[in-house]
Structure formats: structure tokens, C-alpha cells
Design a protein around this ligand. Structure first.
Ligand SMILES: O=P(O)(O)O[C@H]1O[C@H](CO)[C@@H](O)[C@H]1O
Ligand SMILES: O=c1cc[nH]c(=O)[nH]1
Length: 293
């Protein structure tokens, strides 16, 4: 099917609309970060940087770590941006920009998020590193795509939906999972594994209260107390479920690595957020260098 110019939008230099990138600008292994200022914090560790491009909140650096070509791209905050970043990254590889048609031979990307997050369990302290084994979306992005869930995902979704009983608040959880291969490669004694909840905001949608009154007074406590086959929800952030869901339906591998900066159960915030983020960056780059695919 030929994509019209209103669907696959290219800039005058042939680059894709929001990311401002040409197909040759991006590596098949891509680190995503929320904060554009985190991009140089990652790429300063590359052996060489071949490309730097930016538009809006989307800043990309591409280079090499050893023999591996890697890109780091900022997504900004939220799954609305994840919709843009994942669709456009996929198009750069899997759409022929000349004919504006889908390629027969697809390229599978490695998409690895280095993000920050708040723990909701007392025993997951600030400054720990948590890999999202499962990500539960409360913000709704995946409801806009045809998306099949495994029996495990359906069971967890049904159990959580019934337990939360938030459908009258228009909250309808979906369940996504991290890629098995990447989970294995990145898990070590330095990491914890968890179930991450992704939502549409930082304050009300994460149960924070500054001046506004939440509609769900028990939001935080309810998520904290949920159990599914001895598993619990560990942390809150704003992108992972969107990344996992979109990567899965587009045929890419994805993993989300969280620097835990806040502990919502104890009320603590990290005293050394930059150091903790740097620890996660170094850990991730070391693991990426060792990936075989
Ligand atoms: O640090 P990043 O990667 O932006 O991730 C987290 O931090 C932001 C909120 O402060 C949200 O994007 C959340 O997911
Ligand atoms: O509590 C937190 C900390 C970082 N990022 C979030 O989304 N929430």
C-alpha cells in the first residue's frame, strides 16, 4: 500500500517528520531516554559520535561503542511521545521512503530505555536499578492499536482490572512484557526485576497530591497492595508500557531499565540522582557492547 504524504510525513530533506532523521542516521540498537540532556550523558561514552540531530524534544546521537553502532534518542515525557518515536523509528527501517511502501524484509530493532522512576515498595530503595519485566499501561496508548496479549498477560489484565475496579474512572489497564532475550542479557546481581506501572502524568496519575484533589484517594495504596502469583507492582513512570506494547506489535525487542530516584512508600528522593543515572548508563552500555544481536 502506498502511503500518502499526510500519513508518512517527510521533511524537505527526506527526513521523517518529528525525529528529523534519515534512514541511515539510526543504528539498529537504540537507547531511549526521556530527557534530551541525558543524550550527551550517554553519547560521551561512545568511542566516536558520527551524528547529532535534534527537533523539538527529540535529540539523537549515533556512534559506536567498540564495534557496535548505537543511537541514543530522547523521547520527552509520556506515551504520547512514545507513539511518535516508535512509529517513526520503525518507519526509518521498515518503510521504503522512495516508494512509500512497507518493505518485505523487516529489520528488528533493540530498543533499550534508560529512564527514571519512583518505587512504590519500601524495600526497593532510591538509587537502585530496576528492570521492568512486565509493564502495565493505565494511560491508554495501546487501546488505539490491534494488540494481542498472551494468556499470562490476559490473566494479569483481568485480575488487575477486577481488583482495581476503576473502569468508571475510564482506567482500563493493558499488560505488556519486556523482551526475554534482553531481560536475560541485562539481569544481574546489580539489578532488581519488577512490574512497572506507566501512567499519563507525574502528579495525580501517580497518586501525588500537591493542591489538586485526586478522584481516587486509594490510588497509590491499591497499586502497592496488588499481588498476582506472588508478584507485585514495583514502580511508576510514564513510558515503559507504551514502548513494550508498540515494540511488540511492530516486531522489535524492548527493555526498560529504571534508575529509582523516588521511594513513594518512604517519602525519600535520591540525594545523588545524577550519579545513579550515570551508574545505569554505564551498566547499560557495558551490556549493549556484549549483545550478540
Ligand atoms: O527520566 P525519564 O526517562 O524522563 O522518565 C521518567 O521521568 C519523567 C518524569 O519526571 C517521566 O518521563 C518518567 O517516565
Ligand atoms: O516518581 C517518579 C520519579 C521519576 N519518574 C516518575 O515518573 N515518577
Amino acid at each position: 500500500m502506498h502511503l500518502s504524504e499526510s500519513e508518512l510525513i517527510l521533511n524537505s530533506d527526506g527526513s521523517i517528520y518529528h525525529l528529523n532523521l534519515l534512514p541511515e542516521d539510526v543504528a539498529q540498537t537504540i537507547i531511549t531516554v526521556g530527557d534530551p540532556d541525558r543524550v550527551p550523558e550517554v553519547s560521551k561514552h561512545f568511542d566516536e559520535i558520527e551524528l547529532k540531530k535534534s527537533k523539538r524534544e527529540f535529540c539523537t546521537h549515533t556512534g559506536h561503542i567498540g564495534k557496535k553502532r548505537v543511537s541514543v534518542i530522547s523521547t520527552g515525557i509520556g506515551t504520547d511521545n512514545i507513539d511518535i518515536v516508535l512509529n517513526e523509528l520503525d518507519a526509518l527501517f521498515n518503510i521504503d521512503f522512495e516508494s512509500k511502501t512497507e518493505r518485505n524484509q523487516k529489520t528488528e530493532l533493540n530498543i533499550i530505555r534508560i529512564g527514571t522512576s519512583g518505587s512504590i515498595q519500601k524495600d526497593i530503595p532510591v538509587d537502585s536499578v530496576l528492570i521492568s519485566e512486565v509493564a502495565i499501561g493505565l494511560e491508554g496508548l495501546l487501546h488505539f492499536y490491534k494488540f494481542s496479549q498472551s494468556p499470562f498477560q490476559i490473566n494479569l489484565q483481568e485480575s488487575l482490572t477486577q481488583y482495581l475496579n476503576w473502569s468508571s474512572n475510564n482506567i482500563s489497564p493493558y499488560v505488556t512484557i519486556g523482551n526475554d532475550y534482553l531481560l536475560n542479557e541485562f539481569t544481574s546481581s546489580q539489578t532488581k526485576a519488577g512490574y512497572t506501572v506507566t501512567n499519563a502524568g507525574f502528579y495525580g496519575p501517580q497518586g501525588r497530591r500537591i493542591r489538586l484533589s485526586p478522584t481516587l484517594n486509594d490510588f497509590f495504596e491499591k497499586l502497592r497492595a496488588f499481588r498476582f502469583q506472588n508478584n507485585r507492582i514495583t514502580n511508576l513512570e510514564m513510558e515503559t508500557a507504551g514502548i513494550y506494547g508498540m515494540a511488540h506489535i511492530l516486531g522489535h525487542k524492548a527493555l526498560s531499565i529504571n534508575a529509582i530516584l523516588a521511594n513513594r512508600a518512604t517519602g525519600n528522593f535520591s540525594k545523588k540522582p545524577q550519579k545513579t543515572i550515570e551508574k545505569v548508563i554505564m551498566y547499560t552500555l557495558e551490556k549493549i557492547e556484549g549483545l550478540s544481536s
